[in-house]
Write a new protein. Sequence first.
Length: 486
Amino acid sequence: MDIKKTKKRLFLVTIVSLLFILINYVSAARVCVVAYYNNGKEPDSKCIEIEEGKDGYELMQKTGWDLLWSPESIYGHMLCKINGIGTGISGNYCEYKGEFWNIVLNMNHEWVHLPVGLDGQGPCWNYDINSWAGHYCTRDNDVLGFAFGGTGSIPDMFIIDDLKVYVDKKIDTSVDENGGLISNRVRPGSEIKIKIKLKNMYNRDTDISIRDVKIDSILEEINDGEDIETEVEEFDIDAGSSKKIELDFRIPLEVDAGNYNLNIKIKAEDDALIKYEKNLNFDVRVEKEKHKLYINELSLDKDSYRCGDIALLNVGVINIGGKEEDASLLIESQPLGLNTSESLYLSDEPYEGRNKFFKEYSIKLGKLAKGVYPINAILRYGLKVEFKQLMLKIEACNNDNNKTKTITTERKDQGSSTKEPKEERFYRYNKYENKKYGTKEERTENKETALKQKRRYLVFIMFGFMLFLTLLVAVLTTLVFFLKKR
């Protein structure tokens, strides 16, 4: 009889213990806490495993941070200092010197200032932003933020950690992440490179990533009234990590001198569902030299030729200076027997056609040895000379006796040619591959797969829980029956 009683008691204790574990498991919450110091010091962040419904005072005690609290009052405790940052105590409250610890919570994709305290009288706050009753209580997936500063301060966990601007590979020190005037000798054809370092300020242990970082950048109305845009493929940044990106802009050769707006917009969202948007605004000042011509094209129609082939040589010149110019252009190659010249007049007005020259030359190649042969373009105007060289490659020759090398030209009228010159590539952009996370479509597919798996796990857990309850009811019913029978 004693053995039976012992077994029944052990069974009852086991059931009660299982119920206690289950209740604690169901009510457990993971709450992350952020301390944003706003003084150049990197923020602290930590995620805490705690029961749901615990007040903010008990939550903060679990962080292990150095905390200074005011004495408890009818409003509960006030947090005066975190890790040495904050104000002292005055009476039952924290000293006020224009700055204090703002308390915020992640709600509706943004930081929302709490209308209640961390602890004190009354029940748990009902998460209604217009309600002042009660105090904060823990809830699963909450991110509770503390930002030291004036009224309205919030944590910024996604920052521009560094920004540098280069014009034709030379750094422009007059600009930073707050914008400014890019004026370091920006000329027609200049390359502007902007290097940006973005950083996720969450501690690695929180595992809160910055997701779907999107960057749009526009250099407005610089290409004959049209914008130049660059694109970067969306990417993610893990907690505690950084990402460097580069934006490249090529100033068109045909452009008016003056200032142009360069706007960069960066958008993202973190795993706590906080949305971020950062805007960078720069002025780009384009200046022109008083006298400047540029050989913008010297190209052949093929990479290599054989003897007897006809090579097509394209030559283009454009005025990128601030004055109209008279010039002479010499195209010559002694090995190829090429020697021809042109007299040019080039206007200083962009977009009208009279500011550029284009011509196509047909060169018949005689019997030549295998090798490469230089073709030189020499442009003279005023006291200036522009020079450009191109190499023509001969692969092999046919066994014929043709030893002549003739040149024919087809002249295109300056400024009114029916054949448009090959356009300069005015800009280019880099696309960054996020190999770790794949393309956006792959990430979307992975998220959908993960969501389906979570639903299966949830159904499995619910089914197991219902089965457990059924068995528990059956066991308890049997136990009650035996006890009554005794």
